[in-house]
Design a protein around this ligand. Structure first.
Ligand code: NDP
Length: 471
């Protein structure tokens, strides 16, 4: 019996995804560069082995799949994907489908999509979120590519995806790189969400003098309310866990230099390229970069001194911090969805925003209760800035004062809250009709004769009388 689908790359993600597909009743052919891994994988698959077709060569692999074939690549993003596509091409028919499920940069997916010709296999890029566990038991799947590709494999992707209230967290979001772009923005939002949680943790630790177990309790309580989310839940658990060797809180022994694989950075780059504000995400990426410079930070502390501990007394409460986080979160998602909207406009992709919020509801790292309200708000009007949706506008009216207080007291006391600060600045700019860019336009016209528009007359290309009136 032939397989309904194939998968290449039995690493952490690929192996788990293959088991998930097999468990959902689809027969799947698998191939891995290192053949022993395929054998071990098959031997350990238990009952699911019945739905697996292990293969030793690419030729054997391709022949094991029913036509038109669908082949998932789960290999490291970049050259490995191109190499694998090239190796497959001579073995495939034009109506076969190659699906890159790794964390590709969406520009690469656009390039690979554009390289599809009449006699080459079709191509699809899907973002798969939720890490190892998601891959095994139900990820959120963000698909981009031709509609015909989704029609071919959509039912399999829906079957293996996470479910929210019975509905699959998998969707076709647009052509070419649309799925990978959405996955990238997901990861950028993840960076900002994590960073803002780390910042309020810092205020509790250094500003309020709370210990890890007290902080854990605060996160635990927040997880019962509006902030209910996977990231708050794991922060509660991380803060509440002790090191088995020393008995000390894990948080107190983990070195404070954060790693990154680049997708948060891509979001920041993309925001700059598309000309759309994602300042909270950019701040989160910069914060990770600063965290890596431990030596410089040590030297900085020796030169300037650190903020003294327990500086805030009772000036800030856990309630203030919760509200600040709510405001920061709304703003960071407004920026993330704004970025997706801009990409949709520039590339002509459909990008159904309410659907995107919905498929993030389960199976991915940023899953949270608030995404339900976001999906609803984006459904009312996907073009509107999320912070102007009545539900979120109301929430922001209630919470931006707390955000301001946390940012201001942080600044006065030397506690860095970069993502929250960026979120607050965005909020203040985006609620100010008369900004300060008139000065920028004056400067630009002065030195470069760039021209400006006037508040009192129609038309463009006005110039100032600078040469005559210099003071
Ligand atoms: P692993 O390192 O665990 O596995 C990589 C797999 O790719 C292995 O099977 C390896 O084969 C194969 N491989 C590596 N290089 C090549 C090559 N040049 N040609 C053919 N096969 C190759 O990676 P992950 O499973 O963690 O990641 C796979 C993709 O999924 C990446 O794009 C990653 O960014 C993405 N991703 C990862 C997540 C995670 O939480 N880990 C979450 C979401 C996406 P061999 O056994 O021979 O080395």
């Amino acid at each position: 019996k032939t397989a309904e689908i194939g998968l290449i790359g039995l690493g952490t993600m690929g192996g788990n995804l293959a088991l998930n597909i097999a468990e959902n009743g689809f027969r799947i052919a698998v191939w891995n560069r290192t053949v022993e891994k395929t054998e071990t994988f098959h031997a350990k698959a238990g009952d699911l082995a019945a739905n697996l077709v292990p293969t030793k060569t690419l030729e054997e692999f391709v022949q094991a799949i029913a036509k038109p074939r669908a082949i998932i690549l789960m290999v490291p993003a970049g050259e490995a994907v191109d190499a694998q596509i090239e190796a497959l091409k001579p073995l495939l028919d034009a109506d076969d489908l190659i699906i890159d499920a790794g964390n590709a940069n969406y520009h690469e997916t656009n390039r690979r999509d554009a390289a599809v010709t009449a006699d080459s296999p079709r191509f699809m890029g899907i973002g798969v979120s939720g890490g190892e566990e998601g891959a095994r038991f139900g990820p959120s799947i963000m698909a981009g590519g031709p509609k015909s590709a989704w029609e071919q494999v959509g039912h399999i992707l829906e079957a293996i995806s996470a479910k929210h209230e019975g509905t699959p967290c998998a969707a076709h979001l647009g052509e070419a790189g649309a799925g990978h772009l959405v996955k990238t923005v997901h990861n950028g939002i993840e960076y900002a969400d994590m960073q803002m949680i780390a910042e309020v943790y810092g205020v509790m630790r250094d500003g309020l003098g709370l210990d890890a177990s007290e902080i854990s309790k605060v996160f635990g309580a927040w997880n019962e309310g509006i902030l209910q989310s996977y990231l708050i839940e794991i922060s509660h658990k991380v803060a509440g866990t002790a090191d088995p060797d020393t008995g000390k809180p894990m948080l107190d022994i983990i070195l404070d230099t954060a790693g990154q694989k680049g997708t948060g950075r891509w979001t920041a780059i993309e925001a700059l390229m598309l000309g759309t504000p994602a300042s909270a995400i950019e701040a989160a990426v910069a914060a990770r970069n600063m965290s890596a410079r431990l030596g410089e930070r040590k030297a900085g502390q020796a030169a300037f001194g650190a903020a003294p501990g327990k500086v805030l007394g009772d000036a800030v409460s856990a309630k203030d911090l919760e509200a600040a986080l709510v405001a920061g979160k709304i703003i960071c998602y407004a920026q993330g969805f704004g970025l997706i909207l801009e990409a949709a406009r520039q590339y002509g992709w459909s990008m159904p925003l309410p659907e995107i919020a919905r498929i993030w509801r389960q199976g991915c790292i940023i899953r949270s209760a608030m995404l339900n309200d976001m999906s609803e708000a984006l459904g009312e009007d996907p073009e509107r800035n999320l912070m102007l949706a009545p539900f979120f506008a109301e929430k922001l009216k209630e919470t931006h004062g707390a955000l301001r207080k946390v940012v201001a007291l942080g600044a006065l006391n030397g506690l860095a809250v970069p993502a929250l600060s960026a979120a607050l600045s965005y909020f203040d700019i985006m609620r100010t009709e008369r900004s300060t860019a008139n000065m920028l336009q004056g400067q630009r016209d002065f030195f470069g004769a760039h021209g400006f528009e006037r508040t009192d007359k129609d038309g463009k290309g006005y110039h100032g009388p600078w040469a005559m009136n210099t003071v």
